[in-house]
Ligand binder design. Structure first.
Ligand SMILES: Cc1cc2nc3c(=O)[nH]c(=O)nc-3n(C[C@H](O)[C@H](O)[C@H](O)COP(=O)(O)O)c2cc1C
Length: 193
């Protein structure tokens, strides 16, 4: 690793969405394990490692698709939209693996909850970078049943835990284009004196 290589990785990492995946082409489980190992090396306050990942693949994808679409139907009430229901059924089938991102609340209650959430976000960034390093595509979605209390137990999460979303992974068929960032001068202030 060199700074140049890392700069390139950090800046070229892109979100790649399910419609851009090479549908049907599977990522090796061994690579998913490496990616999740990197996730667990994220910084976290008090060595609490406040994350739990559920890997969804093979026939598990259909089970997940059915679960999230049916839960959506159950909870949506008057806001129910057929298009959303169908999307929740179909999007997962385009991925090789889906990682349900769980936040397990630290047992040390001196650690504010927001810091557990922050640590999980750091872990997800490691997933993003790892996926890019392997030449794979993926993205973090907070759509569907994200944050739903009723969804948590399906992913082994308890009352005090959170479900901050899902990370979809697949081989890339259509690469992402057109990413931009504002100049850092708009986002960075220096205090030197
Ligand atoms: C916390 C978080 C939640 C996100 N949720 C969604 C989402 O629900 N749907 C989506 O299309 N993209 C989602 N994204 C991905 C963003 O769309 C993506 O990061 C953004 O477009 C910038 O593109 P880049 O990741 O290629 O730099 C999310 C990203 C983050 C960090």
């Amino acid at each position: 690793m060199t700074p140049d290589l890392f700069n390139q990785l950090a800046r070229s990492r892109r979100s790649t969405f399910p419609d851009q995946f090479d549908r049907g082409r599977k990522v090796d489980d061994s690579i998913i394990k490496e990616i999740l190992t990197n996730a667990t090396w994220a910084p976290n306050h008090g060595k609490e490692e406040p994350w739990h990942f559920t890997v969804i693949c093979n026939d598990g994808v259909k089970k997940f698709a059915a679960f999230q679409s049916e839960l959506y139907k159950e909870l949506a009430g008057d806001n129910f939209k057929e298009i959303t229901y169908n999307k929740l059924q179909q999007q997962p089938l385009k991925a090789s693996h889906i990682i349900a991102i769980g936040m397990k609340r630290s047992s040390n209650k001196n650690i504010p909850e927001v810091e557990d959430i922050e640590a999980v976000a750091c872990a997800v960034q490691n997933i993003y970078l790892s996926v890019a390093a392997y030449g794979l595509g993926g993205y973090w979605t907070t759509g569907g049943i994200t944050y739903k209390e009723e969804a948590k137990s399906f992913f082994g999460l308890g009352e005090n835990d959170k479900l901050p979303g899902f990370f979809y992974i697949g081989h890339i068929a259509i690469p992402a284009t057109g990413a931009t960032r504002k100049p850092i001068e708009e986002k960075v202030t220096w205090i030197k004196h």
